[in-house]
Design a protein around this ligand. Sequence first.
Ligand SMILES: Cc1ncc(COP(=O)(O)O)c(C=O)c1O
Length: 376
Amino acid sequence: MINVFQPTLGKEELARLEKVFASNWIGKGKLVDEFEATFAKHLGSTPQKVLTTNCCSEGLFSSMHLCDVNPGDEVILPTISFVGAGNAVCANGSKMVLCDVDKRTLNARAEDIEKCITKKTKAILLLHFGGIPCEMDEIMALAKAYNLKVIEDCAAGVCSTYKGQALGTFGDMGMWSFDAMKILVCGDGAALHFRDEELRERASKWLYFGLETKSGYENSVAQKWWEFDISCFGHRAIMNDVTAAIALEQYKKLPMYMEKRAAVHAFYNENLKDISWLDLPIEIPQDCTSSYYFYHIQAKNGKRDLLAKYLRENNIYTTYRYYPLHRVPGYGVTGEFPNADYAADNTLCLPMHQSLSENDLALIVEKIKEFDKKYC
Ligand SMILES: Cc1ncc(COP(=O)(O)O)c(C=O)c1O
């Protein structure tokens, strides 16, 4: 089966892990610091604004507390969002207010968001769909005009930029996932970016029990190092030197991954462009870069499900992301979301990863063309 997403891991990660094992320290340590510094540089930011955690979902949940979103406050998010975003808002006792999205990019636009703003709106929880940048100038202007917090779910946008600035660094808080299905993977892990260093400080305590002091050797011997105080009732959600070791090696390979993914994107564009019932992804604006996390097509002939089934029967796995939250009965949200409904019913994510071979790509295109002949 050709996978829809797939990590690429090699001997470099294993070699680094061997060193971690030999060091006798597999917890949070120097490698986590090194990864935070490396990733901060990658974002064009500073380590004082970047913090790692155990997963991006933790970032979503914690963003509610860290951005002072209170129970009863309203949070606007696109209905096409990751389930963890919806859960983060609801678990906080806040009101999830869903907005529609652009039909083709699946990103929320400023106009979609503005329609949902009320006096109770506290924050916008934005998703950059597959790392394709949202229109940040317009959205940030809106946030400023209405004094709203902006939280960017940039889970898949590890190399995405908007007008030269890393995605995820516009809002009060941004986050990237390094889980098993992402581009830079480490098993589980995530990075958080904060606009203010002070918030990063608060977050670092919040993500470690609210402890005022560090533990173990890092504590001063001037005091009894087993005594402690807390500043809040925080979580325990940290990366460790095992995951950081993998992430550091993966980071070195990012340029190679991006090159490969861009080539896959270009290959699909070129080879699927003549299929009249297919809409291909909108080209990324010149002043933006994508991470090419998804390659999503849209079947204008209503045959998306049939196509997915046909490809799967031919050992090609595809999927659709993200099931709209307004269709999840558990959230109990009603409303009209025509663009999101169109997207959810017609969009298909084709295999997109850096390990796809020429043969894989040729087969995928061949099978889509075969489907075209048989069923369209
Ligand atoms: C858009 C989006 N946000 C957040 C997450 C959560 O990431 P993690 O698995 O690191 O918790 C995911 C995971 O798939 C995602 O796709």
